[in-house]
Structures are given as structure tokens and as C-alpha cells.
Design a protein around this ligand. Structure first.
Ligand code: GAP
Length: 447
């Protein structure tokens, strides 16, 4: 089902992202580089807020999950054990007419080449491994081969014993990690939706085998709730269980959380029951015993793993798309004009508070400085001096700033400022002395 709404939404969001410094094409001055993207000053704040919200809900607010930051380069044997060397492949075909390379499983039903439209046949499908290969050290031979990790999960599995023994956690418990991941995708595209370098937010939850079905259901519901809580409307996110032929080599069951992207439903996150596959494989390949001894029940077992695995870039894109809106706002001269507004949850908004002196005149600048200094330790703020106040509100609205604080000539006498709300556009006069507490209340603690 294609989502209802603006057919140009994607274009509008990509343009806004470039225009306002959220996301730039990578190596822009060289004409870009193969679907790679750089997060600009506002984008880095937005994506960090997404990752922080994930970390807060997955680690900080729980007593059964701990964190990890494992290296991107790992022993090559890890990828043999995990099955990635043998099976992490996509079927690749070439168009005999224009030589375009495509994924055989993503060809249009018409059978025509998506690049040139030719109905000439494609080459036989061959398996293409998605891992980026490199060499460690100065000698480029088979012994120095290493891979850039294609998922963060394996860094967690190989540290299972280290973490379990140092934290003394007992299953059920989880290890969470956020980090860069690399896949040599055949067909990257749709902005940051599918890229070759991206960030994952993954958690491996180790459980007694008989509890795996229960925890699988729990994590599907919990992760669904996370997206709703941060402002994705209910009709824009759905749970889709995988068919058996769609399952990854390690999975006994997977459900995807999908978002209604402008081109149709697309995966935001997969929740998988990875069974004891990974720990058993690593025990076999490394020779380490990765079982757990449950003293209370006097039994030894290899834990099963429930894995919620999300993409930080895809989530960021989904939050941007869901937040994008256009409406009308008063200009201040009795007229109304169209405005673009990102209705981001305050926890995700890059800037929480904008400080706007009504005029650039010297008389207001010391006060502006005073207010900015008072707010900075508490909130991510922006001070904007340039242009008419209406235009400055519009600029903050289109990057999703929830609150603007305006300093005017009355502030000099009454030491009060005007606080304007992004969504309702309501304005209220607040004494400077109460400003931090008032803003904190209105932002629901977001900083
Ligand atoms: N450890 C399991 C795993 O990696 P996955 O479904 O392949 O599972 C998990 O990836 C998440 O990573 C996806 O739901 C998606 O959000 C993100 N992701 C995967 N490939 C991506 C790509 N090429 N570009 C951006 N994000 C990607």
C-alpha cells in the first residue's frame, strides 16, 4: 500500500535537508560519491537525538541491558562462523543491452531493465557477497584479508562471555550497541534509506531457550511502541512477520517494523529470533565454551537470542518524513503565509530553543547574550539575529525548533521575554528568572 499524502514529500524533505544543513551529498564538491551522505550541523544533532532516544530506552531505563562499543574490524574467522562469508549475498544480474547491474530479486514484473527499459535478457544470476573486503597491514595477501563489519551484532556475540562474566548478568539480559556498518549494496538509493555505510542500533537479548517465543513477542511490541512514542503516527508503522522463505540463515522467526515511506512500506527494523545459532557457531570456530550455567536450576544451556536491529539512518529519515508539514502562519502584518514546519518530538528536534532579539540594535544584544548564556547549559539553543522576526520564526519552524524566545524593547524594563510555541504559534510572556524551568516543562525534559 502506498501511503496517502504528498507525492512530492520525498523531494521536499531531501531539498530541505540540503538547504538547511541536515544532510549533504558526500564529497559534494566532487559531484557526490555513489549514494553516500554527510550529516550537517543540524543533521548530526537530529541523528544523535535518535540514537540517544534509543540508548535511553534500551539501556538507561532498564536494568537488564548493558552497552558495548566493539571494533569495526574483527577477526576474519568471525565472518566464517557467522555464515556471512558463505551466505551474505544478493543475486546479481547484468542487462545485456546497457550492462546495468541489478538485483535479480528486485526486477520489475515486466522483466524490463529498470535502467534502459530493454526487454533483452539478463545474464544468469550470480551470488555477490555484500561484505567490503580490505587488507590489514602493508601486505595485500590472503592472510591479511579483513572485512568491514556488515552488522554490529557479531561484536556482541563474540563479547558475550566477556560481558556476562564481568557484569554477572543472568539470562534474560541484553547487550546493546550503536555503530557503523558497511554493505556493498548493489542498488543503494532513496536518500539515506539504503546506503553502503550506515549506522545500526542493535541489541542482542540472551534468554533461556524455552523463553525465546515470549521475549520475541515482547520485543516486537516494545520496539513498535518506541516509534509511536517518538511521534510516528500509528497508521504509518506496521508489523510484518517474514514468510519462511524470507528468513535469514540464522532466524527461526523475524518480524519487521515497517514505515509508510513515500514509495511504499519499507523496513525500519527487524526483530529476529536468532536461536542459539551465533553462540554455537562461535563456540565451534573459536573453541571457547559459550554456554551458560544456571545455578538455580542446575542446568547448562546455550542461550537463545532475540535481536531488535534498527537502522539509525532509516529511523532518522522516517522521523523527518513523518514530521514534515505545511500550513499557514500570520506574517505579523495582518496577512498569512505558507510555512513549512517539522513537527518533530522535542526530544528529537536538533535545536530546542531559538533566542531571537527583535532587533539587532545594540540595546538588545547584552540581554540576548545574558539569556543565551543562561539557557545554553540546559538546552541546545540557536541565536538568530538576521532578518525580520516573522522570517526567523519560519526558519526555526522548518527545522523543527519547538520553542522560540523573543527579546524585545520591553524586556529591558520588565525582564520578561515572549515564548512562542512551534505548533500552536501561541505566545506567552515569561519572566527571565523563570525561563529555564518554564522551557524545561514545555519541552518535557528534552535538552
Ligand atoms: N543484525 C541483523 C541485521 O543486520 P538487517 O535487517 O540486515 O538485520 C537491520 O539490518 C537494520 O539495519 C534494517 O532494518 C535497516 O534499518 C538497517 N539497514 C540495513 N541495511 C541498510 C542499508 N543498506 N542502508 C541503511 N540502513 C540499512
Amino acid at each position: 500500500m502506498a501511503p496517502a499524502g504528498d507525492p512530492k514529500l520525498m523531494e521536499r524533505v531531501v531539498n530541505l535537508a540540503k538547504r538547511r544543513g541536515l544532510v549533504f551529498p558526500s564529497s559534494d564538491i566532487y559531484g557526490g560519491f555513489r549514494s553516500t551522505w554527510d550529516y550537517g550541523p543540524l543533521g548530526v544533532l537530529l541523528k544523535r537525538n535518535v540514537k540517544d532516544a534509543w540508548w535511553r530506552s534500551m539501556v538507561q531505563l532498564r536494568d537488564d541491558v548493558v552497552g558495548l562499543d566493539a571494533a569495526i574490524l574483527m577477526a576474519p574467522k568471525v565472518w566464517e562462523a557467522s555464515g556471512h562469508v558463505a551466505t551474505f549475498t544478493d543475486p546479481l544480474v547484468d542487462c545485456r543491452n546497457c550492462k546495468e547491474r541489478c538485483r535479480a530479486d528486485q526486477l520489475p514484473e515486466s522483466g524490463a531493465c529498470p535502467n534502459c527499459g530493454s526487454k533483452e535478457t539478463f545474464t544468469e544470476a550470480r551470488n555477490f557477497n555484500l561484505m567490503f573486503k580490505t587488507h590489514v597491514g602493508p601486505v595485500e595477501d590472503d592472510a591479511s584479508v579483513a572485512y568491514l563489519r556488515p552488522e554490529t551484532a557479531q561484536g556482541i556475540f563474540v563479547n558475550f562471555k566477556n560481558v556476562q562474566t564481568t557484569t554477572r548478568k543472568k539470562p534474560p539480559f541484553g547487550i546493546a550497541q550503536i555503530g557503523k556498518t558497511f554493505r556493498n549494496e548493489i542498488t543503494p538509493g532513496n536518500f539515506v534509506f539504503r546506503t553502503r555505510e550506515f549506522e545500526q542500533m542493535e541489541m542482542e537479548y540472551f534468554v533461556p531457550p524455552d523463553q525465546a517465543p515470549k521475549w520475541f513477542e515482547y520485543w516486537v511490541a516494545e520496539r513498535h511502541r518506541w516509534y509511536l512514542d517518538l511521534g510516528i503516527p500509528e497508521d504509518k508503522v506496521r508489523i510484518r512477520p517474514h514468510d519462511s522463505e524470507e528468513l535469514s540463515h540464522y532466524s527461526a522467526g523475524t518480524s519487521d517494523l515497517e514505515f509508510a515511506f513515500p514509495w511504499g512500506w519499507g523496513e525500519l527494523e527487524g526483530i529476529a529470533n536468532r536461536t542459539d545459532y551465533d553462540l554455537t557457531q562461535h563456540a565451534k570456530f573459536s573453541g571457547e565454551d559459550l554456554s551458560y550455567f544456571d545455578q538455580e536450576n542446575d542446568e547448562r544451556y546455550v542461550p537463545y537470542v532475540i535481536e531488535p536491529s534498527a537502522g539509525a539512518d532509516r529511523s532518522t529519515l522516517a522521523f523527518l518524513l513523518a514530521a514534515y508539514d505545511e500550513d499557514e502562519a500570520p506574517t505579523g502584518e495582518g496577512k498569512v503565509e505558507k510555512r513549512t514546519v517539522l513537527r518533530l518530538d522535542p526530544r528529537l528536534a536538533p535545536i530546542k530553543v531559538a533566542v531571537l532579539p527583535l532587533s539587532k540594535k545594540d540595546t538588545l544584544l547584552p540581554l540576548t547574550d545574558e539569556v543565551a548564556k543562561a539557557l545554553r547549559p540546559h538546552f541546545m539553543i540557536d541565536v538568530d539575529l538576521a532578518g525580520a522576526i516573522g522570517r526567523r520564526y519560519r526558519r526555526q519552524d522548518e527545522i523543527g525548533t519547538p520553542l522560540c524566545v523573543t527579546i524585545d524593547f520591553d524586556t529591558i524594563d520588565d525582564r520578561a521575554v515572549t515564548v512562542r510555541d512551534r505548533d500552536s504559534m501561541a505566545q506567552e510572556r515569561i519572566p527571565v528568572d523563570r525561563l529555564v524551568d518554564e522551557l524545561r516543562d514545555r519541552l518535557g525534559g528534552a535538552c
